[in-house]
Structures are given as structure tokens and as C-alpha cells.
Design a protein. Structure first.
Length: 345
């Protein structure tokens, strides 16, 4: 039996007591009930904790497994593959970083592949451009050595062709070295204030004889205002010379070539327009590529190297400018060079 007694006092005198008693078997029953409830609660807690931990771990492991799967695909060549980001916690931030890495890797791989493709194309183009003049030189040289020349005039013609093709080879090598040197440099060493008015007039006069020999009318429009730029005078002269040379070569006899100097959209510009056959619109984006020639039928007979416009574009960009081409088939073409102006100190 379980018994508890508490005395009742009035002042200092005990006048009675309160006694509580119970059989011990009933108390044991209640204790055992509490133990059962606690045990059931513990079991339920363990089960819930286990289920919750499995759910959380799967939620965390699933994106990691996706990353592992994506990484495996990347190693197999599927560059740029992305992971779907469903959270912004640590795992989500890791997924964002993984996606950025994958995108950058794809861009770098594509850049490397493009560079390798351009290198192979350049090697193929150079080999092709070298083969033609070398074949001509070899053919005419063998004809002279084998005694196939019947007259002095024919011998002179053969030797003249050999010299022409040798000059073409020299120009090709010079242009390739020019491009290579400019690609390795960020800017030109010898820079100065250049008055474009004077440069344009001098360059046009230098090529006037070439235009007259084809009966082409060469004109230039120069305003009274002086346009000055900061640049390398020899390279800028090379730009205008290349554009004028192209314009004259691609103009028919009796045609016209016009040079204009002015200001547009806060840029000093020099434009060269001819009255030639023009350039098809689908070809305009490609004309700045090395060895690209619009008229494939003339490319073997012409004296150009196919590098002139590539050199023009590179020189202009190294001066902080830009170059554009506009054309309508049958109505000629307009090449415009834009250069940032400067005030001469």
C-alpha cells in the first residue's frame, strides 16, 4: 500500500491529519501506461526522423547525382550541358556555378575549334594561292629551257609572265607578314596627327595614272574643314590605296570612282565608290575574310592576293575605327572607313 499523511495545525497545536493512501498495484498500472506511451512516442519519433532524413538526403543527393551525370556527359563531348536549378540554397548555388562553368567550357572549346578550323583554312588557302603562280613560273621557265620559244617577242612575253607571277608571290608574302605583325600588336608604334584632307589628295593623285589607263574618271570631294586623326600615316595611306586599287580594278572601262571625305555620327569618314558590277548582298559579310574573292572566275587571273580588305579592316580597327561596305548588284559598291577625330594639339 502507498500512504501519505499530512498533519493539520492550529497555531502550535496539532488538531488532526490528512491521510491519503492507495494500493501500489494501481500506481504500477499508471506508471506502466506512461512507459508504454513514452515507448510508442519514441518509436514514432524515430520513424518520422528516419523518413524525414531519407527525404532530405534524397533531395540533397538528387541534384548532386544530376551534376555527376551531367559531368559524365561533358566528358563525352556534350559541352554546354546544363542542370535544372530548383533551389537557391548551397546546392542551388553550386548548380549555378556548374552551369556557368559548363557554358564557359563550351565557349572556349568552340573558340579553340574555330581557331583550328581557321588555321587549317589559312594553310589550305595559302597553299592554293602559292601553287598557281609557282605553276605558271615553272611552266614558262620549262618552255624557255626546252627551246619551245619561237621568237624574241614570245620569249619576252614568257619572261614577263614569270616576273608578274614572281611579283604576285612577293605581294602575297608581304601581305601575310603584314597581317601576322598586326595581329601580334595592339597598336602601331609610330603614331602622329594625320590630316586626312592632305592624305586623301596625295593618295588619289598617286593612283590617277592607273585610273586613266583604264579610262576611268577618278574624282575626290574634300571639304574646306580640316579633318585630323591620331594614327600611323603609312598605314592609313595603305588603307586608302587598297580601297582605291580595288575600286579601279573592279570598274569597267569608262566607269567612275569617287572619293569623299567628311563627318558623320561624330566620326571622320572616307568613302570610296565605284561604278563596277557591285557585290551580291549575301557576299558582303564574307569579303573581309582572308583570300575571299567574290568573282571566283577572275580570282586566278587577277593580280590581287585576296588579303587587301582583311588588312584594311585590321588597320582601321587598330585605329579605333570601323569599316563598312554597301553595294547593289550592277550599281557598284561603296566602302567607307570611319575614324575617331581628334583635335590637333
Amino acid at each position: 500500500m502507498f500512504l501519505v499523511a499530512v498533519p493539520l495545525k492550529k497555531g502550535n497545536q496539532v488538531i488532526g491529519s490528512v491521510v491519503i493512501y492507495s494500493a501500489i498495484t494501481g500506481l504500477n498500472h499508471h506508471v506502466n501506461s506512461f512507459k508504454g506511451i513514452a515507448l510508442i512516442g519514441a518509436i514514432i519519433g524515430i520513424v518520422l526522423a528516419t523518413v524525414l532524413s531519407i527525404f532530405v538526403s534524397r533531395k540533397m543527393i538528387r541534384p548532386l547525382a544530376k551534376m555527376e551525370e551531367t559531368a559524365r556527359h561533358i566528358t563525352e563531348g556534350e559541352f554546354g550541358r546544363q542542370i535544372q536549378v530548383t533551389s537557391e540554397d548551397e546546392v542551388g548555388r553550386l548548380a549555378h556555378s556548374f552551369n556557368r562553368m559548363s557554358t564557359q567550357l563550351k565557349e572556349k572549346i568552340e573558340a579553340i575549334e574555330k581557331l583550328d578550323r581557321l588555321r587549317q583554312e589559312l594553310l589550305s588557302d595559302v597553299s592554293h594561292e602559292l601553287r598557281t603562280p609557282l605553276t605558271v613560273i615553272q611552266g614558262f621557265s620549262e618552255a624557255v629551257l626546252d627551246g619551245l620559244v619561237k621568237s624574241k617577242e614570245q620569249e619576252k612575253l614568257y619572261l614577263s609572265n614569270i616576273i608578274d607571277e614572281s611579283e604576285r608571290l612577293r605581294r602575297l608574302v608581304d601581305d601575310l607578314l603584314d597581317l601576322k605583325g598586326m595581329e601580334a600588336a595592339q597598336t602601331f608604334d609610330e603614331m602622329e596627327y594625320v590630316v586626312l584632307n592632305k592624305l586623301a589628295l596625295i593618295t588619289v593623285e598617286r593612283l590617277r595614272h592607273m585610273a586613266n589607263s583604264k579610262e576611268i574618271k577618278l574624282t575626290i570631294t574634300v571639304p574646306e574643314q580640316t579633318f585630323t586623326v591620331w594614327g600611323n600615316i603609312d598605314r592609313l595611306k595603305q588603307v586608302l590605296t587598297n580601297l582605291l586599287d580595288n575600286a579601279i580594278k573592279h570598274s569597267e572601262a569608262g566607269g567612275a570612282v569617287r572619293v569623299e571625305l567628311g563627318m558623320k555620327n561624330n566620326y571622320t569618314f572616307i568613302s570610296v565608290k565605284n561604278s563596277g558590277p557591285g557585290i551580291p548582298w549575301e557576299e558582303l559579310e564574307n569579303i573581309w575574310e582572308r583570300f575571299y574573292k567574290v568573282d571566283k572566275s577572275r580570282s586566278r587571273r587577277g593580280t590581287g592576293t585576296g588579303l587587301g580588305l582583311s588588312i584594311v579592316k585590321k588597320i582601321v580597327e587598330m585605329h579605333g575605327g570601323k569599316v563598312s561596305a554597301e553595294s547593289e548588284p550592277g550599281q557598284g559598291a561603296v566602302f567607307t572607313v570611319y575614324l575617331p577625330p581628334t583635335e590637333q594639339a
